[in-house]
Write a protein that binds this ligand. Structure first.
Ligand code: UDP
Length: 335
């Protein structure tokens, strides 16, 4: 029987991946320090999975604790989600980002090495490409980090490449996520970060719906795009999470290191997303056009062919379904 360790398993992507693993009767254990998620996620995940969730409140920088957890739970593979993830926050607090993301990963990799564990899935990001030369972006596109957050992910990718070169028994998949939005079909879990400086588009739309802000700032309408607003590759969180389950199967059967873009391959503008959300919810989202956000690119969408072909994975949900699930999460959790 395999057992997968999910670091940061109660976060947005981790908790949805845990739900899918449970649905597939796959055993997992979670390590989380609860810096960016509510403890209530544990109960919610237990409701969804209809089982007790095996977890440890541990920081990934605690190598000794990780070694013990790996041993006692007979862990056979690791998915490493635990990280700080806000671009703007990383510009203000770069040291914390290097400390948690880079040092945390080194600690985890050491714990794996001590335990003879060599199957690893890493959460990376499309932010490693920065302002792309052209779209769709494939995995060979040059790297151009525009902020400390993206820089930490690139450093970790390089460390993983060196590990793979040094020992060909390692099996590593690096998943570069595009823009996950939406929620689990139950409406019990979704994108609900504790650290509110996070200003991704969908959480900001939800702030407007909940009345915590009066309007949505649209960062620029003078880009060279169909309506002037930024274009991104939004992907349903369940599709993105599903990619981990197929990538896990792949690393369990193969060795070596692979990069995979996890996106839909379709670009959607800020205004298009807002319009679709309004259609789904019947809620009008007041907007204000403001200056471009520093470090934003005009257009970014994936060429997901490698993941489609090698992992036999593809996204299945459209923008309407993404907004529908995000809306359900709002309604279910309204106070
Ligand atoms: N965006 C916006 N208002 C917001 C947050 C985001 O107009 O309050 C825009 C942003 O400029 C970008 C798109 O929405 O064009 C997606 O931004 P997000 O932060 O969600 O993802 P990322 O920039 O990391 O791709």
């Amino acid at each position: 029987m395999t057992c997968t360790l999910l670091t940061g398993g109660f976060g947005y992507i981790g908790s949805h991946t845990a739900a899918i693993l449970a649905e597939n009767n796959q055993k997992f254990v979670i390590v989380d320090n609860f810096t960016n998620c509510k403890k209530d996620v544990v109960n919610r995940l237990e409701k969804i999975t209809k089982q007790k969730v095996n977890f440890f409140e541990v920081d990934v920088r605690d190598t000794e604790a990780l070694v013990k957890i790996i041993k006692e739970n007979k862990v056979t593979s690791v998915i490493h989600f635990a990280a700080l993830k806000s671009v703007s926050d990383s510009i203000m607090r770069p040291l914390e980002y290097y400390e948690v993301n880079v040092k945390g990963t080194i600690s985890l990799l050491k714990a794996m090495s001590y335990s003879g564990l060599k199957k690893f899935l890493f959460s990376s990001t499309a932010a490693v490409y920065g302002e792309p030369d052209s779209c769709p972006i494939d995995e060979k596109h040059k790297l151009n980090p525009l902020n400390p957050y993206a820089q930490t992910k690139i450093i970790i990718e390089k460390i993983l490449q060196d590990i793979s070169k040094a020992d060909n028994e390692w099996s590593i998949a690096i998943l570069r996520y595009f823009n996950p939005i939406g929620a689990h079909q139950s409406g019990l879990i979704g994108d609900d970060p504790l650290l509110k400086e996070n200003s991704n588009l969908m959480p900001e739309i939800i702030k407007v719906v909940n009345g915590s802000i009066n309007y949505l700032n649209v960062f620029g309408n003078d880009y060279e795009t169909s309506d002037g607003t930024g274009v991104r590759d939004y992907i349903h969180i369940m599709d993105l999470s599903e990619a981990h389950v197929t990538a896990l199967e792949y690393v369990n059967k193969n060795t070596g290191l692979n990069f995979f873009n996890i996106g839909t391959g379709k670009g959607v503008s800020v205004l298009e997303l807002i319009k679709t959300f309004e259609k789904v919810s019947g809620f009008r989202i007041p907007i204000k056009i403001s200056n471009r956000r520093k470090g934003d690119c005009a257009v970014c969408f994936a060429d997901p062919k490698k993941a489609n072909d090698i992992l036999d994975w593809k996204s299945n949900h459209d923008l309407y379904q993404m907004c529908e699930s995000a809306w359900k999460f709002v309604i279910k959790n309204r106070i």
